[in-house]
Design a protein around this ligand. Structure first.
Ligand SMILES: Nc1ncnc2c1ncn2[C@@H]1O[C@H](COP(=O)(O)OP(=O)(O)OP(=O)(O)O)[C@@H](O)[C@H]1O
Length: 255
């Protein structure tokens, strides 16, 4: 098993008031190598908190996250950035590229920080650039690129370290429909090469490209769907139906 999330709980305490927010109640799931998972839920359901814990950006109140049997919630602070660089790839909604660096140097950045050999960096980029259709963009600066191009560069930066796991936070949120579709197709292709991906989204359309969808509400995973052989269009309908029937059933409970 690549990832095991065990009884994850996160309570936020505000510094200035005694109020506590339970963002995650008791999250339990596991991910096999090569899976492509979408985590869906409404605003405030706990998606970002969960992703931040998987990213080692945040520590849980209790529970464990095992990546290849290593408890990543117990990694010492001074070792965390190295761990992140070596094992995880990140794709954010706002791309997070550095405007002062060229596209090429943005992509190289994680490997430069890991003091990787330049020959290996070049070899990896030569493989990735045509796949991501960014060959013509490498000598440009990020501010010269469109949103879709920026996100493809960000995907290259996430993949260049050959991470165990790619974590994507609403990667299509800042993209128009066509660029979103392109990015989601790209994620599917990357996944078909064996790359494990976990993507947080509130879009049924985005989630419909994944192989499995986990639904989170009020800090609890309440449902999951497998895509199986379904087309993304059929899967999107099933996801939307699941969301709607769950919402209407809670309305009945609350009534
Ligand atoms: N740093 C924090 N301090 C206090 N409460 C927080 C903090 N971060 C998140 N929360 C609370 O935890 C709950 C879950 O928030 P989270 O950001 O994980 O939800 P989300 O599903 O990602 O929402 P969105 O889709 O709007 O980003 C919310 O009630 C939120 O207010």
């Amino acid at each position: 098993m690549l990832l095991e999330v065990k009884h994850l709980k996160k309570i936020f305490k505000t510094r200035f008031s005694k109020e506590k927010t339970t963002a995650l109640v008791d999250i339990d799931f596991s991910v096999e190598n090569g899976e492509y998972i979408a985590i869906m839920g409404e605003s405030g359901s706990g998606k970002t908190t969960l992703l931040n814990i998987l990213s080692t950006l945040e520590k849980p109140t209790s529970g464990q996250v095992l990546l290849n049997n290593q408890d990543i919630t117990a990694i010492k602070d001074k070792e965390i950035s190295t761990f992140r660089r070596e094992h995880l790839g990140f794709v954010f909604q706002d791309f997070n590229l550095l405007d002062t660096l060229s596209v090429r140097d943005n992509i190289y950045l994680p490997l430069v920080l890991s003091k990787e050999n330049i020959k290996i960096m070049k070899e990896r980029l030569e493989v990735l650039a045509p796949k991501l259709r960014i060959e013509e963009l490498l000598d440009k600066q990020p501010f010269e690129l469109s949103g879709g191009q920026k996100q493809r560069v960000a995907v290259a930066r996430a993949l260049i370290s050959q991470p165990d796991l790619v974590l994507a936070d609403e990667p299509t949120a800042a993209l128009d429909f066509k660029n979103s579709e392109n990015l989601l197709t790209l994620f599917e292709e990357i996944n078909q090469t064996g790359q494990t991906i976990i993507m947080v989204t509130h879009s049924s359309l985005a989630a419909s490209h994944a192989k499995r969808v986990l639904f989170i509400k009020d800090g609890v995973l309440y449902h999951q769907l497998y895509r199986g052989e379904k087309s993304s269009t059929d899967f999107a309908k099933e996801i939307t139906l699941s969301m709607t029937s769950f919402l209407s059933s809670t309305e009945v409970v609350n009534a």
